[in-house]
Design a binder for this molecule. Structure first.
Ligand SMILES: [Zn+2]
Length: 343
């Protein structure tokens, strides 16, 4: 008979062989619960990865858009700078040819304006230096000359103000780019971490799935010949066609009956035509039943490991000879045991 101590020693050996301390062969550690936890963590990490990737793309797009904005500001500043050069050149010409207009600029010039013709005014204030040079500045009245100087000065300070604003705006945009660059670096390193974590978890998942499969699998509960399969048959005792809710494994009396899977012993007792039975509850709605036993090796409430002896083969109840009648039930309904233990 295999003792709990021997089972524990086997577990310790398995743990040694696989090189992990986390081998969960003990029945009270549920590998499926661990798998669920792993899957949950994997899902969370994958979601975080998806979000980080989206965030990263958004930040890159923002950076690109800021960069484009800076470029267009740069192009505009170049244009403004060229215009400013021309305005300064015009002011230089005015200063040389009509110095009085400069001196009188700070006096009250509200009276006595002659109206500059529109063409002259346009040429004076436009960016066209060649046309400006053709204006006869010497014959122009003082008020007109003052008006041109005033207009050019106003234009000059407007351009200078705009250049300052653009420079400030470019600094703001550049700091936006710098901030996103830092965030992108952080996101990148988080994504690298997540990639490693996801890979590790995926490995854990594969391992745990194998563990779950092993923990949840059933073994053939006794050595012996399959004397009657699951399904409809002519009953060997009554001769009537009836449903056989399990499989019969025939062998000599006293052959060891093993727990087909780990679980808790739910029932030990005599049950009419089944004779002496043991029922093991495996959790998740799964139970297994062992009938026609000659003796029991377990008690109700006892935890058993897969392969642990639970009794001996016999012919108690309605049986033509020593055999094990074995059933697997899902939520109380008998199913073909070979669906669980394989052929
Ligand atoms: Zn049977």
């Amino acid at each position: 008979m295999r003792s709990i101590k021997a089972a524990v020693a086997a577990v310790a050996l398995a743990a040694f062989i696989t090189g992990t301390g986390a081998v969960t062969v003990y029945a009270d550690v549920n590998p499926r619960a661990e798998l669920t936890a792993i899957n949950k963590e994997l899902k969370a990490k994958t979601a975080e990865e998806t979000a980080a990737k989206a965030d990263s793309e958004a930040k890159s797009a923002e950076m690109a858009s800021f960069g484009e904005e800076i470029n267009s500001y740069t192009i505009h500043s170049e244009y403004l700078q060229e215009t400013l050069d021309i305005v300064n050149a015009k002011l230089g010409i005015m200063e040389t040819e009509r110095p009085s207009a400069f001196r009188k600029l700070f006096l009250s010039i509200t009276n006595g304006y002659t109206v500059l013709d529109q063409y002259t005014e346009y040429v004076a204030l436009s960016s066209d230096l060649q046309s400006f040079k053709k204006i006869n500045l010497l014959d122009m009245g003082d008020e007109d000359a003052e008006k041109i100087v005033e207009g050019l000065q106003a234009r000059k300070s407007a351009i200078e103000n705009e250049l300052i604003q653009i420079a400030e705006q470019k600094i703001v945009l550049q700091s936006g780019i710098d901030a996103r660059m830092e965030e992108l670096t952080a996101l990148d390193s988080r994504l690298t971490e997540l990639g490693v974590e996801i890979q590790l978890l995926s490995g854990e998942k594969t391992k745990k799935e194998a563990e779950v499969k092993k923990a949840e699998s059933f073994i053939k509960p006794a050595a012996g010949r399959l004397s009657s399969p699951f399904g409809y048959r002519i009953h060997p005792v009554t001769g009537a066609r009836s449903m056989h809710t399990g499989i019969d494994l025939a062998n000599s009396s006293g052959t060891a009956i093993l727990a087909s899977r780990g679980g808790i012993v739910e029932r030990v007792g005599y049950e009419g035509s089944y004779g002496r039975i043991v029922i093991i509850n495996h959790g998740g709605g799964l139970t297994s039943l062992y009938a026609h036993l000659s003796s029991y090796s377990v008690k109700v409430g006892q935890r058993v490991e897969r392969g642990q002896r639970i009794g001996s083969m016999g012919s108690s109840g309605r049986a033509t000879g020593p055999h094990l009648h074995f059933e697997i039930r899902v939520n109380g309904t008998a199913v073909n045991p070979y669906k669980y233990i394989g052929n």
